[in-house]
Design a protein around this ligand. Structure first.
Ligand code: ZN
Ligand code: ZN
Length: 194
């Protein structure tokens, strides 16, 4: 007579093992929960009698989204002979400009001068002079060198054009990478209660 191997019991795939917890652990967890709510009384958690404990599957999961955003604004810097290319060609749109490849899931920022937007104009702060009258001596240069900020010259270097008299004006593209994070709690208990 042929022999057959004994039938193995099917492993319970849909019911993962849930470790049971002691009554003290449950009470501690309940007290901790009550403490996190400003107006909950701790008396029922402390003095209440636990009559029954049931185990439920609970899943905690986090959703992370990695996004790239782009914005443009007018910007300027002292003109020191940079390329001037405004109107040479139609400027590309913000999403047509190649940016560096981001390191995924790391916050980062990159600034790019938009091509074909750079032009030169006199500094608006010093009206193209490169210097501003000293505020401390009202331009007289008569405040002592120790205390005067202009060293007796009556004027100071313009801090917008850094004394270059002209500015390179261009459209600055800001590329920003950031992570959005959301935490979720899903449990079988919710499904049963609701
Ligand atoms: Zn001064
Ligand atoms: Zn200036």
């Amino acid at each position: 007579m042929p022999t057959f191997p004994a039938v193995q019991p099917e492993p319970a795939l849909d019911q993962p093992h849930i470790p049971s917890i002691s009554e003290n652990t449950a009470r501690d967890a309940l007290l901790l929960f009550v403490k996190s709510k400003c107006c909950y009384s701790s008396a029922p958690a402390k003095d209440g009698v636990i009559t029954n404990m049931e185990a439920f599957n609970t899943y905690r999961y986090r959703l992370e989204t990695f996004t790239e955003s782009r914005s443009t604004e007018w910007s300027h810097e002292p003109y020191t002979g940079q390329t001037v290319d405004a109107y040479a060609q139609q400027p590309p749109g913000p999403w047509d400009i190649p940016a560096k490849t981001p390191q995924f899931f790391l916050d980062d920022k990159q600034f790019i001068k938009v091509p074909y937007t750079s032009s030169v104009k006199p500094c608006h702060n010093c009206l193209g002079i490169g210097r501003k009258p000293c505020k401390d001596c009202a331009g007289a240069g008569n405040v002592s060198i120790l205390h005067g900020s202009c060293h007796g010259q009556g004027s100071r270097q313009c801090d917008v054009c850094k004394g270059k008299q002209q500015l390179l004006v261009y459209i600055k593209l800001t590329v920003k990478w950031c992570i959005l994070m959301k935490n979720y709690l899903a449990s079988l208990a919710n499904a049963i209660v609701s």
